[in-house]
Design a protein around this ligand. Structure first.
Ligand code: UD1
Ligand code: MG
Length: 451
């Protein structure tokens, strides 16, 4: 049966104290909303409906940025979770499959958990995701009898006996879309908050002799974010989880706690990551590479056998082929370095293509920007760029070309040619000694005068 996601993201998130809607705050460089949508995407849903309200235009743009096919519906007043889900109804008119309700501020639900809910859905009309809470606090409580879920009671409306229940509601619900909307029709707002509670659908379903059950997950999966402190805690949890997953997949971290991953960082097995490395968004590192200490990578691809750092910076569009070496204080932006290129010290390579096995000497700079336009530097294979070469782009150097140290290259260099572009050296015998004598004498005179 096909699946549709309904992601609730209309709330303001008052406790974030922010102009940005809560679901757009980032964990590991991606809005929380994307994390929620990503978990659901694994189910290959037929439709993804995001319910927006507070700052709806921003939420819509972000949802579409992640999934251009996502549909955004507006809940102009936040009258409760059932009312929010009801806004998705027109978008799912005639849809015959299951609907899963997710929260945009609950980013860590795993795809396996959602799959388990869909499986349970085959036997039950309504499936609720629950968890055993260490501190049940103000969560809704799940009233069960054996495997059956009887009803959900919100904390505010619960008796002391019900408040003692530790099995709590995560908020994630699965039912056939048609069933879900029919049940929501019967939800009222006669409760302690005066809100239309989605949780009421369970009691209503049972009264109609439909079945309901609970699928349990780890409490960490249901972690919601309501404040900046909780956002930081969520970031910590993401990092801990992701590092552990990567180590399970064969990545070595010398000091895992000091490596920061983005939501979409991919690292292949047998790659070593040294301490204090930061991954921004959109980085892939193939197997058998080495990312050395204090490097910063974003929007970059590093192939097998390459070594990056220590203290290297790879910026968007950095493409390192196999066995490339990028050393300390080297910055690469929008540049392809073919197999075996070495740029080991103090260099900037931007808007460039460097052929295989070319060696870039210390202090080389591609002068790619004229103040208005960016220009490209192209260097062939097996070239040797002497230390402190300024490559004033646009400029092209052929295969096996060489530049003399300290050259400022403003014209193309053909294959096999050596370009020397610096003032010729003049050496004056004895002149240094004379000059020193003169200067020292002047200093001695000054000191005497001051006494
Ligand atoms: C809800 C559940 C509670 C559960 C808890 C888990 C209900 C009635 N209660 O309570 O049982 O233990 O989540 O975190 O469902 N939203 C809208 N429009 C609205 C109201 C809410 O889009 O009109 C969105 C919010 O932005 C949020 C989510 O729905 O993403 C949950 O709303 P929230 O107000 O946090 O519900 P809780 O009171 O936490
Ligand atoms: Mg909440």
């Amino acid at each position: 049966m096909s699946t549709a996601l309904i992601v609730l993201a209309a709330g303001k998130g008052t406790r974030m104290d922010s102009d940005l809607p809560k679901v757009l705050h980032r964990i590991a460089h991606a809005p929380m909303l994307w994390h929620a949508m990503r978990a659901g995407r694994a189910l290959e849903p037929e439709a993804c409906i995001v319910v927006a309200g507070h700052e709806a235009a921003l939420v819509e743009a972000s949802a579409k940025d992640y999934d251009p096919e996502a549909q955004v519906v507006i809940q102009s007043q936040q009258l409760g979770t059932a009312h929010a889900v009801a806004q998705a109804r027109p978008a799912l008119e005639g849809f015959g499959g299951n609907a899963i309700v997710l929260y945009g501020d609950t980013p860590f639900i795993r795809e396996e958990t959602l799959e388990a809910m869909l499986e349970a859905r085959a036997q039950h009309d309504v499936v609720v995701l629950g968890f055993e809470a260490a501190d049940p606090g103000r969560y809704g409580r799940l009233v069960t009898q054996g495997d059956d879920l009887e009803r959900i009671v919100e904390f505010k409306d619960a008796s002391d006996e019900e408040r003692a229940i530790t099995l709590c509601n995560s908020g994630v619900v699965c039912a056939k879309a048609e069933t879900l909307f029919n049940l929501i029709d019967a939800v009222g707002n006669d409760n302690a908050s005066g809100e239309y509670y989605l949780t009421d659908i369970v009691g209503i379903a049972r009264a109609r002799e439909l079945s309901a059950t609970v699928v349990r997950c780890d409490e960490g999966e249901t972690l919601g974010v309501n404040s900046r402190a909780e956002l930081a805690a969520a970031e910590r949890l993401f990092q801990t989880r992701r590092r552990a997953e990567m180590m399970d997949d064969g990545v070595s971290f010398q000091a895992p706690d000091t490596v920061f991953l983005a939501w979409d960082t991919y690292i292949g097995g047998d790659t070593e990551v040294e301490p204090n490395v930061v991954f921004g968004p959109d980085v892939t590192v193939e197997s058998g590479a080495r990312i050395r200490a204090f490097s910063h990578l974003e929007g970059a691809h590093v192939s097998r056998g390459s070594v990056v750092g220590p203290f290297a910076r790879l910026r968007p569009g950095a493409e390192l082929a196999e066995n490339v070496h990028v050393g300390n204080f080297v910055e690469i932006k929008n540049a392809v370095l073919h197999d075996g290129v070495k740029a080991n010290h103090l260099t900037y390579i931007g808007d460039a293509e460097i052929g295989a096995r070319t060696n870039i000497g210390a202090g080389t700079v591609t002068c790619n920007y004229d103040g208005v336009f960016k220009h490209k530097t192209t260097i062939g294979s097996d070239a040797f760029i002497g230390s402190d070469t300024m490559l004033v782009a646009p400029v092209t150097l052929g295969n096996g070309a060489m530049t003399a140290s300290g050259s400022t290259i403003t014209q193309d260099v053909p294959s096999g040619a050596l370009a020397v572009a610096r003032a010729r050296q003049e050496t004056k015998p004895g002149l240094a000694t004379k000059l020193f004598d003169k200067l020292r004498a002047r200093k001695a005179k000054q000191i005497k005068g001051a006494e």
